[in-house]
Design a protein. Sequence first.
Length: 364
Amino acid sequence: MTDVHAMTDVRHARQLHLMRAASALGITVHDRMPELGVDLVVYRHGGKSVPVLEGRYDHDLRARDFFLTEDKHTTKLLLSEAGFTTPRGFVFTFTDTAAPSGTDGATDDETGGATDNEAANEADDDLPRLTAFATEAFAALSAHTASVVAKPRAGMRGDAVRMDLATAAAVAEHIAERRHLFRSWIVEEQIEGKDLRLQLVDGELVAACVREPASVTGDGRTTLADLIEEHRIAVTAANPDNRLVVDAETRALLTAQGLTLDEVPADGRAVRLKRTANLAKGGVAVDVTDSLHPDFGPWAASVAELFGTGILAIDALCAAPHEPPTDGATILEINTAPEWVHHTFSREGTHDIATRILRAWFDL
C-alpha cells in the first residue's frame, strides 16, 4: 500500500486529501506517480477503478464539458439561455496569428508556424481595433456600472483578471499589456456583492463559502510588511497552493490606501492587498453552508444539469448568501474540474469534500 502521508511536497493538495480519505474508507490507492512522473492515482474498490489526475481530472469529466466551461463567454451564453443571470459583457479577440503558442490562442500549426516575433507584430496591428472596442464596450457598460472587469476568455487561477477599470483607456491598456499572453478577452460589468463559491458533488450542493480578497488588519505595533508575511505563512500552511506575493497590484493598492510596507497600520485598520478574492493569491474562504438560503440547493442543481460532470463548482456574486438566489445572484463562472481544498480549512466551518467525492464515485 502507498504511504499517503509522506508526499506533501510533491502532491497536489487535492490528490493528497483523496489519498488519505481513500485509506480511511478502505479504498485501494494505486499510485502511478513513481513510474509515470505525473500526479496520477488510480482508486479501486468493489471491482471499479477510477483514475484521477492531479486530484481533479477524473473518469467522469468529459472533454466537451471541460472545454466548454474553460470558455467563459460560451458558458455565459449557455447559462443566459437557460434563464440564469450573468454579467453583461463583450468579447475582443486578437487576430489568430497574434497569439503566441502555449496560450489560449492558436497553436503553431494553426498559425502556419508563425514565430513569436511575427505574432507580436500581428498583436500590435490590432491595437487600434482594441482601442475602438474598449471605447464602445465601456460606453455600453457604463450605463449599468461605474467600473468594469477585463479578464481572459480562457484563464485559470485569476490570471490577468483586473477589476475596477474606470475608463476605456484603462481597459485597452490592461489588455494591450497582456496581448501576448491571451488571444481572447472579456470585458464585462463589475457586479458588487459577496463572492460565493458553491461546491456540488454528484449533483448535490455540499458546501458553500464566501471568498474574501487578501487583506491584513493592523494592531498598532507591527509593520505592514510583517503583517503580510504572517498572513502569507498562515494561508500557505492551510493550503500550499495559496501563495501571497507582494506584486505591482499590491503596491498599487497600498499606494491608493496611503500606505507603504514600512508603515505600522493603526489598530483595527483593514488593509486590502488584492482586488479579487483569489484563493491562490492570499484570499481566504469563510464557510456559509449552514446559513445559505435553502433555495440555493435546487438552484445550483439546475445549473449542474446543464453540464455533464458530477463534481462541479459555481462562482457567483450575491447580495447576501442567506437571501434566495432569485434576488440577484449573478453567475460568474462554472468549474467542472474545481479546486475544493479550501472547504477543508475555511473559516467558520470545514467539510470533508474528499470523502464525499470518493463515496459518490464508489456508491458508498
